[in-house]
Design a protein around this ligand. Structure first.
Ligand code: ADP
Length: 405
């Protein structure tokens, strides 16, 4: 009996917060077994129709519809749900030991997760210019938690940090060096928490770290990373998440002159053009159908040629990056897929790796039809091909535990 009581006291709960401009996504993770205890979403903060959806695992879902004017009110609602006697997960917020926050842009300053203090907050503020949509929301999320849960350690986990090991010849752009010195214009890369999680899962699975890995995070936003001996040496996203692959609504790589030409021809301002490239382009812009791959594939199957073209362009760009990263790594040991598309779309995985026998890559088509974590390596393939469901929240919780407890 005594042991049980002690265990209860020693429970390690970490709250993971991903604050967007009008939303707060959260998970409460029990670090003793790394299982999600509760999760939820506050949507439309500051907009008509705000609501909270909260689920404590094993209990009924709670939906609260009420106007929430800012992140503070949103977070107050999260706390209420968390301690609710019927729908809640804990008796009091004191049971939560620490809070981990996803932060988009950590620039060159943050190469590791950091315990938040005033200096760290200033650092995150410094990169608002580079992450104008996310960093202000991330700061709001942190400040709100500091205010409503005083005394709890808050840890910032940066999307850019994993990529900070890239060498200068990989992260610099071919523009005058002063642009880097004066304004820190360079490739940073994103989805770092996911690429790091996938890398660690592969290392654990294969029992070694001396690996050349290409991690493919394919979701609404998509990026690839080249990882050697556990360290990122290159990635497809750049100064912002617009560079690299063709994505749901983002163009990915484009000749910068096309940008000024677009501005001239359509009479768009710089801001409108960036919005056009971020929100109206990618497979949505090409197909005119959708940014969702389920819609694209059913349209293509019904004979929609533009939907098929968008799919062809998406996989072709990935194939080119895999070739480039294989060259950068001096060969490949593992290619891993993750993200909504990478984890669920066998068609995309197969198309990306088609004709790569020259690299020693072939996949098992039957295994590729499966779901969840998969080994889809084909017979005789020199390269291991894996599907690793990503878990950014768990990675943030692990980093938070390691740093704060
Ligand atoms: P985010 O980048 O916002 O985290 P996700 O990683 O969840 O997004 O990926 C979302 C995308 O995954 C959707 O837009 C959709 O294109 C794709 N997706 C989800 N499920 C499937 C599926 N069963 N088949 C194909 N694509 C899917």
């Amino acid at each position: 009996m005594k042991k049980y009581a002690e265990d209860e006291e020693n429970m390690t709960y970490i709250l993971v917060i991903n604050a967007g401009s009008s939303s707060i996504k959260y998970q409460l993770i029990d670090m003793d077994n790394e299982e999600v205890k509760a999760k939820g979403l506050v949507e439309r903060i500051g907009i008509e129709g705000s609501q909270l959806t909260h689920t404590t695992i094993g209990k009924e879902k709670l939906v609260v519809k009420k106007f929430l004017k800012d992140h503070g009110e949103g977070m107050q609602e999260v706390i209420k749900a968390m301690v609710d006697p019927v729908y809640g997960a804990v008796a009091s917020m004191d049971e939560i030991q620490a809070i981990g926050h996803r932060v988009l842009h950590g620039g060159e300053r943050f190469t590791q997760p950091s315990i938040v203090d005033e200096e760290v907050l200033d650092g995150i503020r410094e990169y608002i210019e580079l992450g104008p949509l996310h960093n202000p929301a991330n700061i709001k999320g942190i400040e709100t938690c500091m205010e409503l849960m005083p005394g709890k350690p808050n840890v910032a986990v940066f999307d850019t940090a994993f990529h900070q090991t890239m060498p200068d010849y990989a992260y610099l752009y071919g523009i005058p060096y002063e642009a880097y010195k004066d304004y820190k214009i360079r490739k940073y890369g994103f989805h770092g928490t996911s690429h790091r999680y996938i890398t660690m899962q592969i290392e654990n699975k294969l029992g070694r770290k001396d690996l050349r890995i290409i991690t493919c995070h394919l979701g609404n936003g998509s990026s690839l990373a080249a990882v050697k001996d556990g360290k990122c040496i290159d990635t497809s996203m750049g100064l912002t998440p617009l560079e690299g692959l063709i994505m749901g609504t983002r163009s990915g790589d484009i000749d910068p002159t096309a940008v000024t030409y677009l501005m001239k021809k359509y009479g768009m301002t710089a801001e409108e053009t960036v919005n056009y490239l971020n929100k109206k382009s990618g497979v949505l812009g090409i197909s005119g159908v959708s940014s969702d791959f389920r819609d694209l594939e059913s349209a293509a199957n019904e004979g929609n040629k533009k939907a098929q073209l968008a799919l062809d362009m998406f996989v072709y760009r990935i194939k080119k990056y895999i070739g480039a990263f294989a060259a950068a790594l001096g060969g490949v040991d593992v290619i891993a897929f993750a993200g909504g598309i990478g984890e669920n779309d066998g068609y995309v995985r197969a198309e990306c790796l088609k004709g790569m026998e020259y690299l020693g890559v072939c996949i098992d088509e039957e295994a590729n039809k499966g779901r969840g974590e998969l080994d889809i390596t084909g017979e005789g393939s020199k390269v291991k091909v894996l599907v690793i469901p990503t878990n950014e929240e768990l990675m943030i919780a692990r980093e938070t535990k390691a740093l704060a407890l």
